[in-house]
Structures are given as C-alpha cells and as structure tokens.
Design a protein around this ligand. Structure first.
Ligand code: CU1
Length: 174
C-alpha cells in the first residue's frame, strides 16, 4: 500500500471509531410520544433500537396527564409507582443513559403502566464491541441477559476506538 492509501485507511478507521462513540437521541414512542392513547407498544419500540452508553432518551408527554418514573426491576414488573428511583414530570424529559444494563421507566399515573405505558431501555454489556463498524446497525440482535449492572461503561465506550487505533498502528508497520 502506498502512503495515500494508508492515510485513507487510517482516516476511515478514526472516523468510524468517532462515529461509534457519538451518542444518539431516541424519542420514546417516536411521533406518538409517551401516552396511553393508541396502546403504543413501547416494548417493541425499545427492542427495535440498539442503545449505547451515552445515548439520550427523550420522553415527550402532557405533563398534566403523565409522568416518567425510573424504577427498580421488581417495581417495573409489578407496575408499582410507590417508590421511584427518579421522578420526571416536565413533559419533555431528556435522560442520559450512562451505563449498561436495564433502565426501567413507567408512567406513575394509576392504571397507565398496567395498560402498557412502561419501557425497558436495555444496553447489553458488550454492545459497543459487538456493533458493526462504520456506524451501521448491528446485524444480529444481542441476546438479552439479566445480569446486574457491571461497571464496564468505559471499556464499552473506548473499546472500539482503541481497537481501531491499534489496527491503524499495524497498518503503518507494513
Ligand atoms: Cu401516563
């Protein structure tokens, strides 16, 4: 390979690693927003996404009619709104997902969670490393695990750039 080709390879690898570490924003329910109207399937919505550490989850809703409670798993399963970890009620809440694992949210208005207004934002432990290069969506879904939160956020976030840079280095050896 000539110098120009090597430089281009390095450029693309660096760009790819940068794109992978860029955070994305996801609006829960898309144009439907956060509501009980229309029985939106938030579970299917969440499963259609590949969330990564650093992503922002946006809940948009009528603040007189709904709210957003972050809860622990048993309370998520039981639709128990009595002891939320965090309460959001602005009507337009942007929530940073800053670690892997499950992040459980539900609406605390009586009956809403039971009618389906609940969502599990799940980041598999190895999501960053398993992702295809150049920012394309992962080809195969990562199996869900019920492992507790590990503190692998930094490894996940910097794993790809480090891999890409070490590959760049190996290109320059030849
Ligand atoms: Cu609600």
């Amino acid at each position: 390979m000539g110098f120009v080709q090597r430089a281009m390879v390095m450029f693309f690898l660096v760009m790819a690693s940068l794109e992978i570490s860029l955070a994305a924003e996801y609006k829960v329910g898309e144009s439907t927003g956060w509501t009980t109207l229309g029985n939106y399937n938030y579970t299917a919505w969440a499963e259609s996404k590949t969330f990564r550490v650093g992503d922002i989850i946006i809940f948009e809703y009528h603040k007189e009619r709904h709210n957003v409670l972050r809860v622990a798993e048993p309370n998520f399963q039981a639709c128990n709104a009595s002891s939320p970890l965090v309460t959001y009620m602005s009507g337009n809440d942007s929530i940073l997902i800053n670690k892997t694992g499950h992040h459980y949210f539900l609406c605390g208005i009586p009956g809403h969670c039971l009618s389906g207004q609940k969502v599990d934002i799940h980041i598999p432990n190895k999501s960053s490393i398993a992702t295809a290069p150049f920012g394309s969506p992962a080809a195969s879904p990562t199996p869900k695990s019920s492992a507790p939160y590990p503190s692998k956020g930094l490894l996940g976030k910097f794993g790809m750039p480090v891999l890409a840079l070490s590959f760049c280095a190996s290109v320059f050896v030849y």
